[in-house]
Design a protein around this ligand. Sequence first.
Ligand SMILES: C[S@@+](CC[C@H](N)C(=O)[O-])C[C@H]1O[C@@H](n2cnc3c(N)ncnc32)[C@H](O)[C@@H]1O
Length: 295
Amino acid sequence: MDASINTPSHGGQVFKASMRAQWDTAAAGWNAHTADIRAWLQEPTDAMCRMAGVRPGARVLDVAAGAGDQTLAIAQAVGAQGHVLATDLSPAIVALARNNAARAGFAQVETRVADGEDLDVPEASFDAAVCRLGLMFFPDPLQGLREMHRALRPGGGVCTMVFSRPEKNPCLTILMSTALKHAGLPARDPFIAGGLLSLGQPGRIDALFRSAGFHGVATSALDAVFRLPSVDHYLAFVRGSASPILQILAGLDAAAAEAAWHEVRERLMVFTTPDGWAGPNELLLTAGRRPKEAT
Ligand SMILES: C[S@@+](CC[C@H](N)C(=O)[O-])C[C@H]1O[C@@H](n2cnc3c(N)ncnc32)[C@H](O)[C@@H]1O
C-alpha cells in the first residue's frame, strides 16, 4: 500500500477504505483456509487467550476478528455464561464470523462491523481483549490500543499477536521482494504503518502498549511454522488472502504476473521438506493490563 495515503490529515480513511475492500474480496478465501490457519496458529492462539485472561464467564472483545476462528476458541473458553464481541472492519468477513458462530451453536458470540481505531463500545465493559494478526494493519495502532484500553475494565487484560522482524518471516519478505522486483518498484520500508511487518521492529509494540496506558507489558516471540502439504497450498492461501502483493501484481499484465508467481514459487520451494512444506514465521505476543487505578 502507498504510504502517502496514510497521513494523519485524513485519519487513514483512504487507507482503511482500501483495506476494507481488500478484506471484503478476500473474506471467502480466508474462511476457506480456516483449518490450515487453525493448525498454524493453534498454539499461539491458546497462549494469546491465556495471556489476555480469557476464562469461564468472561466478557471478551475480539478486535479484527476476521472469519472468527479465534472467536470460536474464545467462545468455547468463556462458556455459555460468558460473552464475546467479535469486531472487524470488513462487513463480508464479519458476516462469515456470524455464520460460523451460529453454526457452532455459540449464542454467547455477538458480531459487529467496526474499525478497531473507533470501536464504539462502552467504557470499561470487557474483562479481556485480543487481536490476532490484525493490529499491524491499523494505520494508527496506538489509537487501536487506546480503544482496547478504554474498553477494558480496570485490571482487565489484553494480548495481541503480530508478525515479528523481516528476517524471521522469510516467506513474507520473499513474496514482497519478488513482487516489487517484477513490478519494477523499489524496495519498501518493511516497518511502514499498516504493513504486514509494521509492528515487528524490536521494542516498538511494547512502547505502543505503554503509550496506550497498559501496565505489566511483556512480549514473547513464538515460532509458528506454517506446515502445508506443498508450496502450492501456501500459494493458494496467499492468492486467496488479502496479501499486499496481490495489489502490487494487479498492475501487471497476465504474462508478467504469472512470471512473478513462478519466481515466488521457485524461491519458496526452499522450505520444502520430506514431510511437506514448512514456512518459518515468528510471531510476537504482547500482553498488558489496564491498571486498577485510573491513568
Ligand atoms: C489477517 S486477518 C486476521 C483475522 C483473524 N483475527 C484471524 O486471525 O483469523 C486481518 C483482519 O484485520 C482486519 N482489519 C484490518 N484493518 C482493520 C481495522 N482498522 N479495524 C478492524 N479490523 C481491521 C481485516 O478486515 C481482517 O479481517
